[in-house]
Design a protein around this ligand. Structure first.
Ligand code: ATP
Length: 682
């Protein structure tokens, strides 16, 4: 039965769709006109080329660029209009400003302005007025615009699901309008990649997304609390709010790996924003080290820890992940500045440059990074000698001055200084610098930190907002590097329970120490998994604050098998069941790459994909991977093979098991042979 309200809404939807079709036609007309003009201009230039001077050519080039740019904007507008045609809006508020009747405000992924009526038919979810949809129930409400606060009353709040241009359902509600729709969204099978959540953003999430004041925003949230989603929506919000000053290319996402980058890559384009530049931490490290060093990756470090227990290796990692280490590096930098200079008089021909003069020159440049001062001082000394001697200097003399100035400082090469640091510290055993082996991961950012302090680096000064995910895996030295390299605003996310290396993990408190100006938000509500899966994961790493969303599914299963081969055979049966289940994605998440390879060899089929460190794309269907690589991803169903006491025994193993289990949205199975892991003791 369609009631009168639904009837009206359906009519309204048809009307909007008609308006959208007209708008698309207008854009098509404009695009055609641009391309015709562009073609004519090109032909004109081609014919008149010989008669044009350079200024004419530049002007013609500029006008072509302008046209192409306008053409591109029209194409992007058309793309948005087409998308709106599929699902024009998801919410409506009837808002009455004081003394005025209530007027409906329809809210969608993008805005739609009807030029003929000069009216906003759909408001962008990021528009100031739309914030009330997330922040208020019917009753008194307000929103804030750059010009000030607008208060009034929400008379009605309605939510819609429109798909392929058809109204699937609508809901009018006085309280908690989101809950029902949120439940429906969460119960759905996962698409292949992370999706936008604009229709169901929760109040606490909205506050983070729309925060305009924080210099550094730290989002510390439990598994599945929407950290990554919120961070991406926050970027979309900032791009909208500051569109005059920030463009997509001014933002940088530091991501843990390429698969993750691919997994999240749809969200911003879905929200109508361009692709945001993304950089892996290791790519950044290679760049900062001038691509001069071979180094172990974080993944390799964690793999080494998982494969065998090496106490000395762990001790090195632990120390280099401490605040103490960063403090000592800073102390060392002061120490070398104060004690590694040996100033002497310098004789060039008959001219003597007194040590005091050279010392004075060095002091003038005290703001310049230390290793950059020598060239500047050498230049000044040359000028001094030329002045005193009243003649030009020979090439040999110039070289001699540079050399002599360099000799006044004990070391000029980073590795020499880094080695010397451990001697100074009295702990030479903490460094393994072997030219035949890659640099240990724990040394990479320490070396970079020294380089930044001693040589400076400005290549990332253009970045206006930095997004860092998986903050729990970064050490104080890494944060010190990021904070020196990126002086811009930052959004930093993480969950300390999901560390893949407990020897180098940073807590939120540690991060607050590095960024004292940070606004820290803690999110305890978990959206991804059923209550049963969340409760199960609590047995591995308890968190008394976690609030599972009330959504139910089957209890996780522990399948005891006779041996590894029987386990894989059992998983084979689970795969067959999955293929007919209606679910889209299944993750088989192992502890190590070796185990993943073993499972892959046994379970080979066209729809079974192995994700490794080298993978660059997230794959649909059945994925076999490691917990480390599965971080940040999610699957309808998850199978954790080899969950025995032998595989999952240490602190690192426990973290891995936690990450693996919290990837599941609807179903979770653990298989094991022999004794079950003790990590589930609870
Ligand atoms: N407000 C919301 N409405 C609908 N879905 C949501 C909402 N918030 C989060 N989700 C969903 O919850 C799941 C987890 O979100 P996301 O991956 O952003 O969380 P996370 O905190 O980064 O997780 P993790 O740290 O465990 O990787 C996603 O499927 C996301 O779409």
């Amino acid at each position: 039965m369609i009631n009168a309200t639904q009837h009206d809404e359906k009519e309204y939807l048809e009307e909007i769709k008609e308006q959208l079709t007209l708008a698309i036609r207008r854009v098509d007309g404009a695009v055609k006109q641009f391309s015709d003009e562009l073609q004519q201009k090109k032909e004109y230039i081609h014919e008149h080329q010989s008669g044009m001077d350079e200024a004419d050519m530049v002007a013609a080039g500029q006008s072509i660029n302008r046209m192409a740019f306008t053409g591109e904007a029209a194409v992007s507008r058309k793309r948005k209009l087409l998308k709106l045609g599929q699902s024009p809006y998801f919410g409506r508020l009837d808002f009455a400003a004081p003394g005025q009747p209530a007027a409906p405000v329809y809210i969608g992924v993008y805005s739609f302005f009807d030029e003929q009526r000069r009216a906003n038919l759909i408001y962008d979810w990021r528009a100031p007025i739309s914030s009330m949809f997330y922040d208020f129930e019917p009753g008194e409400a307000f929103y804030t615009t750059p010009a000030g606060r607008v208060a009034g009353r929400i008379e009605r709040k309605r939510q819609y699901k429109i798909r392929d241009g058809r109204l699937e359902f609508m809901l009018d509600s006085d309280v908690n309008i989101h809950d029902d729709v949120l439940q429906r969204e969460l119960a759905k099978s996962s698409d292949d990649k992370l999706k936008n959540i604009v229709a169901t953003i929760q109040r606490d999430q909205n506050a983070v997304i729309r925060n305009e004041t924080a210099q550094v925003m730290v989002i510390q949230g439990v598994a599945g609390s929407g950290k990554t989603s919120i961070a991406l929506h926050r970027i979309a919000f900032l791009l909208y709010r500051y569109r005059e000053t920030i463009a997509a290319r001014d933002i940088l996402i530091i991501s843990p790996n390429k698969v993750f980058a691919d997994y999240i890559s749809n969200v911003l384009p879905e929200l109508g924003e361009e692709h945001i530049p993304e950089l892996g931490l290791e790519e950044l490290a290679a760049d900062l080290l001038g691509n001069q060093y071979r180094f172990q990756t974080f993944f390799e470090q964690v793999s080494a820890l998982l494969e065998h227990h090496d106490a000395a290796f762990i001790a090195r990692i632990r120390f280099k992940s401490s605040f103490e280490f960063l403090n000592q590096l800073n102390q060392y930098l002061l120490h070398i500045e104060n004690t590694y200079f040996t100033l002497t008089d310098l004789r060039v021909g008959t001219t003597v440059v007194p040590a005091a003069v050279i010392g004075q020159k060095f002091r003038t440049y005290h703001r310049v990074p230390l290793l950059k001062r020598f060239a500047l001082v050498a230049q000044d000394v040359r000028d001094y000698v030329r002045h005193a001697a009243g003649r030009k200097l020979s090439g040999g003399e110039k070289g001699k001055i540079s050399e002599a100035i360099n000799r006044m400082f004990r070391f000029h090469h980073l590795p020499d200084l880094y080695r010397d640091f451990y001697r100074w510290l009295g702990r030479p055993e903490l460094l393994r610098l072997d030219p035949s082996r890659p640099l240990e991961y724990a040394d990479v950012f320490a070396l970079i930190y020294l380089r930044l302090r001693l040589e400076g680096f400005t290549a990332y000064d253009h970045v206006k907002h930095l997004l860092v995910d998986e903050m729990q895996d970064y050490t104080p030295v890494q944060y010190a590097v990021l904070s020196r390299l990126f002086r811009c605003r930052k959004t930093i996310l993480g969950d300390v329970s999901q560390t893949v290396n407990p020897y180098s993990a940073s807590s939120a408190e540690a991060i607050e120490r590095v960024f004292p100006q940070a606004e820290v938000v803690r999110l305890y509500r978990s959206y991804r998994s059923t209550s049963e899966i969340t409760a199960f994961a609590q047995r591995i790493t308890p968190n008394p604050h976690i609030i599972p969303l009330e959504r139910h599914g089957p209890e996780p299963t522990l399948a005891a098998c006779a041996g590894p081969a029987a386990e894989l055979a059992h998983i084979g049966q689970l795969l067959a069941a999955f293929r007919t289940s209606g679910y889209t994605s299944l993750g088989i998440i192992c502890k190590t790459l070796r185990q993943a390879g073993q499972a892959h060899a046994a379970l080979q089929a066209p729809d079974v994909h192995l994700l490794t460190e080298e993978s660059t794309r997230f794959k649909e269907g059945i994925v076999i991977t490691t917990a480390h690589l599965a971080k940040g991803l999610e699957f309808d169903a998850v199978i954790v093979p080899f969950a025995s006491a032998r595989t999952y025994a240490t602190a690192v193993d426990r973290s891995m098991l936690y990450v693996a289990c919290t990837r599941a949205m609807h179903e979770l199975t653990l298989t094991y042979s022999g004794e079950l892991t003790g990590c589930l003791a609870g």
